[in-house]
Design a protein around this ligand. Structure first.
Ligand code: ADP
Ligand code: MG
Length: 650
C-alpha cells in the first residue's frame, strides 16, 4: 500500500479556453481532482476531444489552470514564476509528444541533448549521455541522422531518449503509439513498462483502451471529467522527487558555454537558409563597406584640398600695403607696424618678404633665380625642413650676414657635380654669399614657382645687398597663433593697423580662412557621404529584423519544444539575439574587408582615399549594434511565446 504523500495532486482543476474578446469561454476541464504517486504507471484514457492533451499540458506545467490548484511534491505550482517553472520542466518532466516534436535541423543525438543544454550539463558529458541513451533504445547507428531520415518508430524512440535526458522522473507521453504501426507501438509500450520498473513515473495519454490496459492504473476521462479510476497500483520502486527548495536554481552553465551553444545553433540556422542569410548579409555588407569607403573618400577629398591650398598650413595670412578703400595714395607699412602686429597675442610669427628673380652665378653657371629674402622663421612658417647644414639666425639677419640657404634643385643646378655646397660661395647680383644650408626637397607644389629652385637669404642682407635698400617688403606673411584663432587674429590685426595708421591703406589676404572654409565644405561633404552610408546600414538592419521575424515564425514549434524541455525565456531570447548578432558580425567582417578592398581599388585608380581606423571600428560596431537593436524585437517575441501555443503551431 502507498502511504506517503502523492507526487502530483490536482484539486478541483478547471480549464477554460477563450472568454477574452470574440471567442466565447469554453470550459474543457470541469473540476478534476487526481493524485498520482511517484513510480506509478498511469494511463489516462478518453475519446478525442475529452481534454486529455489539455490535462497533460497542465500536468507538465506548460499551461496554467483557470482555477483549482496543482500541488507538485506538496508545492503549489501557481506560486512558481516562469524561471522556476522552466526549472521544474527540465528537472522533473520528460515529454513524449504524439507528433514526436523533434527539431528538424538537428541530428538525433543533438535533439536528445537539448534538455541537457538548459540543465547546464558540460558538452562532452552531454554527448556521451545522449549517445548512451540512443544506444540503449537501439538507435546506435542513427546518432547523426536528421529526424526526416528516421522512421516514425525511430523518431518516437529519439523523443523518449530526449525525455530521459535530464532523468525524466515523470514521463508525460501523449498518444506515443498513435502514429506508429503495431510493432513499433508495442516496442514503445515495452519501453515504458521497463522505465516504470526502473522507478520512473509514467503518465500515458491515449484514446485506445487496449493501449491503456497495458498500464498499471487506468484513469478514464470523458468531457473533462474523471469517470473511472482503477486506483493506485503496486509500485516496484520510485525515483525521488526533485528537491523543490532548489526551484529556479540556475543551471550553472557558464556564460561562455551558453553563448557558444547559442552561436552554434545560430550558425546552423544561418547555413540552413543560405540564400536568405546571403541576402541579409549583403545588406549589412553594403552598409558597412559604404560607410568605410565613403568616409575614406570624403577624408581623401578633404585632405587633397588642404594639400593643394595649404602647403603653407592653415594659420597663414598675407599682409601688404594698398590704396585705402575711399581712394587716396597707397600706404607704406613700417617695420614698427609689423613689430606691433607681432606683439598681438593672437599672432604667432611675422615674416616680411622681398623676392624677385635675380641673376645668380657660380663658376660658369648663370641663372635667373628667385631670391627669397625673409626671416629666420621661414622653415617654421612654411613647415619646411632644412636638409643639410642650417638656416640663418636672427643675429645673422641683423648683422646683414652674406649667407644663403639654397633649394634642393638649386644645389643640383649650381653644383652639377653634386659636390658639397656648404661653405662655398655663390654670387647673387654680384654680391658673394656663403652657402650654409640646403633645404629638404619640397616636391611639387601647385604654386607657379618651384620652391626647390629658389635661394633663401636673410631679410636685411637681401634688402641691403640684393634689392637696393628697398624700404618696404613685397608682402608679409603673418601667422595666427593657432588654427582656431585665425578669424580673431585677422580682426585684431585690422583694428590695430587702422588705429596706428588712421586709415585702411593695407590689405590682408586670409589664405587660412579660405583654406578652412574649403576644408569645412569638404568636411560637410564627408558628413553627408557618411550619412548616406549610415542610412544604408540602417536599411541593412531592417533586413536583419525582417529575416529574424521570419525565422521566429518558422521556428515557433522549435521554440515550444525548447521551452517544454526546460529553456527559460532568457535562453530563447539569447538564442535569437545571438543569431541576429552573428549575422551582423559576419556581415560586418565581410563589409570591412570589402570596404578596404574597394578603397584599395580606388587608390589604384588615383582617387584620394584615406582610411580611418575610427570609421572602420565605428562601422563595424554600428553593424553589430544594428543586429542587437533590430534583432531584439523578434527575439523578445520568441521568448514571450506561450509554450503550448508554440508547440501547437505548424
Ligand atoms: P484531447 O487531447 O482529449 O483530444 P484536447 O485537450 O486537445 O482533447 O481538447 C479538449 C477540448 O478543448 C476540445 O474540444 C478542443 O477543441 C478544445 N481546445 C483545446 N485547445 C484549445 C484552445 N487552445 N483553444 C480553444 N479550445 C481548445
Ligand atoms: Mg490530444
Amino acid at each position: 500500500m502507498v502511504t506517503d504523500a502523492p507526487l502530483i495532486e490536482l484539486r478541483e482543476i478547471r480549464k477554460q479556453y477563450g472568454g477574452n474578446g470574440d471567442a466565447p469561454a469554453v470550459e474543457v476541464l470541469h473540476g478534476l481532482s487526481l493524485k498520482i504517486h511517484a513510480g506509478e504507471f498511469v494511463a489516462i484514457v478518453g475519446a478525442s476531444g475529452s481534454g486529455k492533451s489539455t490535462l497533460m499540458h497542465l500536468l507538465g506545467c506548460l499551461d496554467r489552470p483557470s482555477s483549482g490548484s496543482y500541488l507538485f511534491s506538496g508545492r503549489d505550482v501557481a506560486t512558481l514564476d516562469s524561471d522556476e517553472l522552466a526549472w521544474l520542466r527540465r528537472e522533473a518532466f520528460g515529454f513524449v509528444f504524439q507528433g514526436y516534436h523533434l527539431i528538424a535541423t538537428e541530428s538525433a543525438r543533438e535533439n536528445v541533448e537539448v534538455p541537457a543544454i538548459y540543465a547546464g550539463m558540460p558538452e562532452d558529458e552531454r554527448a556521451a549521455r545522449a549517445s548512451a541513451l540512443l544506444t540503449r533504445l537501439g538507435l546506435s547507428d542513427k546518432l547523426d541522422n536528421r529526424p526526416s531520415q528516421l522512421s516514425g518508430g525511430q523518431q518516437q524512440r529519439v523523443s523518449i531518449a530526449r525525455a530521459l535526458m535530464n532523468g525524466g522522473r515523470i514521463i508525460l507521453a501523449d498518444e506515443p503509439t498513435g502514429a506508429l504501426d503495431s510493432k513499433s507501438g508495442a516496442e514503445v509500450m515495452a519501453l515504458l513498462n521497463e522505465l516504470a520498473d526502473a522507478g520512473h513515473t509514467i503518465i500515458l495519454i491515449t484514446h485506445d483502451r487496449d493501449v491503456a490496459d497495458q498500464a498499471r492504473r487506468v484513469i478514464e476521462i470523458r468531457d473533462g471529467e474523471i469517470v473511472g479510476d482503477s486506483g493506485v497500483s503496486a509500485i516496484k520502486q520510485a525515483l525521488p522527487a526533485p528537491d523543490m527548495t532548489q526551484a529556479g536554481r540556475d543551471a550553472g552553465a557558464s556564460f561562455w558555454d551558453d553563448l557558444r551553444e547559442a552561436a552554434r545553433t545560430a550558425w546552423r540556422g544561418m547555413r540552413m537558409n543560405r540564400t536568405r542569410t546571403g541576402l541579409t548579409l549583403l545588406g549589412i555588407v553594403i552598409g558597412v563597406a559604404s560607410v568605410i569607403v565613403m568616409l575614406a573618400v570624403g577624408e581623401g577629398a578633404k585632405q587633397r584640398v588642404i594639400d593643394e591650398m595649404g602647403s603653407l598650413g592653415t594659420t597663414i595670412m598675407y599682409l601688404g600695403s594698398g590704396h585705402p578703400s575711399n581712394g587716396g595714395p597707397p600706404g607704406r607699412l613700417t617695420i614698427e607696424d609689423l613689430d606691433a602686429v607681432a606683439a598681438l597675442p593672437e599672432i604667432g610669427h611675422v615674416m616680411p618678404i622681398i623676392g624677385d628673380p635675380v641673376t645668380v652665378r657660380r663658376g660658369n653657371v648663370d641663372r635667373q633665380v628667385y631670391a627669397f629674402a625673409s626671416a629666420y622663421v621661414m622653415p617654421l612658417v612654411h613647415r619646411w625642413r632644412v636638409g643639410k647644414g642650417r638656416f640663418f639666425t636672427p643675429e645673422e639677419d641683423e648683422q646683414l650676414a652674406p649667407v644663403v640657404v639654397i633649394g634642393h634643385k638649386a644645389w643640383k643646378n649650381f653644383f652639377p657635380d653634386g659636390s658639397d655646397p656648404l661653405g662655398k660661395q655663390i654670387l647673387i647680383v654680384d654680391a658673394p654669399f656663403e652657402v650654409i644650408g640646403v633645404m629638404a626637397e619640397r616636391g611639387a607644389d601647385s604654386g607657379s614657382q618651384d620652391y626647390d629652385e629658389m635661394v633663401f637669404i636673410p631679410y636685411n642682407s637681401g634688402r641691403m645687398r640684393v634689392y637696393d635698400a628697398r624700404a618696404e617688403p613685397d608682402y608679409t606673411v603673418v601667422e595666427a597663433a593657432s588654427e582656431e584663432l585665425v578669424g580673431k587674429a585677422e580682426a585684431a590685426m585690422k583694428k590695430l593697423l587702422i588705429e596706428r595708421r588712421g586709415r585702411d591703406d593695407f590689405r590682408i589676404g586670409n589664405a587660412a580662412a579660405k583654406l578652412q572654409a574649403a576644408a569645412q565644405t569638404s568636411n560637410a561633404m564627408k558628413m553627408m557621404l557618411g550619412l548616406i552610408a549610415a542610412v544604408s546600414l540602417i536599411v541593412g538592419g531592417i533586413g536583419v529584423m525582417n529575416v529574424m521575424l521570419m525565422t521566429v515564425r518558422e521556428r515557433t514549434r522549435e521554440i515550444g519544444i525548447r521551452m517544454a524541455t526546460g529553456a527559460r525565456e532568457r535562453d530563447i531570447l539569447r538564442q535569437f539575439l545571438t543569431e541576429a548578432v552573428l549575422v551582423s558580425v559576419v556581415g560586418g567582417v565581410i563589409g570591412v574587408a570589402s570596404g578596404l578592398f574597394i578603397g584599395a581599388a580606388l587608390l589604384f585608380w588615383n582617387v584620394a582615399v584615406i582610411f580611418s581606423l575610427s570609421a572602420i571600428i565605428g562601422a563595424f560596431a554600428c553593424a553589430v549594434a544594428t543586429g542587437l537593436i533590430f534583432g531584439y524585437m523578434p527575439a523578445k517575441k520568441a521568448a514571450g511565446l506561450d509554450p503550448v501555443i508554440a508547440l501547437a503551431s505548424e
